[in-house]
Design a protein around this ligand. Structure first.
Ligand SMILES: [Zn+2]
Length: 357
């Protein structure tokens, strides 16, 4: 891909600083915010063949995480490790129903525990792959457990078995992994839901896994760490780079590339509305009131029979309030504010040598 360097870096440099962008805890959220229910208890992962050798693993209990895997001549690549050893075991059982080839790679699409806590339950020879910022953020294991607790009914036993397993291979913007007769592409288009969101793409099948970047039908972009302008740029880059047919979202039903057409206007309208509110001297509550969630973003193309429709109404309104809050907070006093990634990039410039080009 033009303008994107193909880089990989095995292992960690001791010079990589600790996490610089602490996520907000859900308890700081504005009124009406509901943490996503991610307790996997009772969830199954249904294997769906999307193309020869390309499989989605769809959770029977959305928004509990989806996963997936791709099979090549030499072995298998798994997308996201799930939240604990039991769920990582379900992923491996699903792989074993299709092939006996080794699991060569597990890619973490972001640092959150529901995507990474299962890493430890994969064989030691499996390489864990993640974007550099994702790998760095994963180091604060205890904080992530605290962060996830409200999403699993405040039951710490959900991830009581988990041991931290960090990535072995780190990418910057792009990495190709050859499974033998099949190449899987990893893209980091910029800050989105987290600073290190990664899209996994199988070009010949035009299937993408998007993690939290596109969490699912019924979701809107979730600015968990702010940075509406950067998220918008990231989505624009995604749209211009990949022609996606099928998307295995991080937390919802299977969808198509058309969902991108709703993410872009949502973000630009959010930015415009909050900017207008700040210019008009409105406080946060007034800005929230002046930025209602547009009806076009509450229509679920999954259909009215989708189990997600009723479940997501309150959840989505809460996410929207969160988004307005974070955008307002980010812009207040500085309408050119782009999000935490700007400061992050500045701090990291001097450490650019970690990425071997
Ligand atoms: Zn997630």
């Amino acid at each position: 891909m033009k303008g994107i360097s193909k880089t990989a870096h095995a292992g960690f440099s001791p010079l990589i600083p600790a996490v610089l962008v602490p996520p907000e805890v859900f308890t700081q959220a504005p009124l009406g915010f509901i943490p996503p229910p991610l307790n996997p208890s009772g969830a199954r992962l249904e294997t769906k063949e999307l193309a020869p050798g390309v499989y989605g693993l769809l959770s029977s209990k959305p928004p509990v995480d989806n996963s997936g895997f791709v099979v090549g001549e030499h072995g298998v690549l798994v997308i996201d490790a799930h939240i604990n050893g039991a769920m990582a075991g379900l992923i491996q059982t699903a792989v074993r129903q299709v092939t006996n080839k080794p699991i060569l790679y597990v890619v973490n699409t972001n640092y959150h525990g529901d995507h990474t806590f299962g890493n430890y339950a994969f064989p030691p020879e499996t390489l864990i792959v993640a974007q550099q910022k994702t790998a760095e953020s994963m180091r604060d294991f205890e904080r992530e457990k605290r962060f996830l607790l409200p999403t699993v009914d405040n039951d710490p036993t959900v991830f009581g078995d988990v041991r931290l397993r960090l990535p072995d291979v780190v990418l910057d913007e792009y990495l190709e992994l050859d499974l033998g007769g099949r190449v899987v592409e990893l893209y980091h288009f910029g800050h989105g839901n987290t600073p290190g969101d990664t899209v996994v793409f199988v070009p010949e099948a035009r299937v993408a896994w998007t993690g939290n970047l596109i969490a699912g039908e019924g979701f809107i972009p979730f600015l968990i760490e702010g940075g509406a302008g950067a998220y918008l740029e990231t989505m624009a880059k995604f749209t211009h780079t990949l022609e996606v047919a099928t998307i295995v979202t991080g937390h919802g039903l299977l969808t198509s590339g058309t969902i991108l057409g709703r993410y872009l206007p949502y973000l630009s309208e959010l930015i415009e509305s909050v900017r207008k509110a700040i210019r008009a001297g409105q406080n946060l509550e007034e800005a929230i009131a002046a930025t209602p969630l547009g009806q076009q973003y509450t229509k679920d193309i999954a259909g009215s029979d989708s189990p997600l429709v009723a479940q997501f109404v309150a959840f989505r309104v809460g996410i929207h309030r969160w988004n307005v809050w974070r955008t307002y907070q980010g812009m207040k006093g500085d309408p050119t504010y782009r999000g935490p990634e700007a400061a992050y990039a500045a701090t990291h410039e001097k450490n650019a040598m970690f990425v071997l080009g």
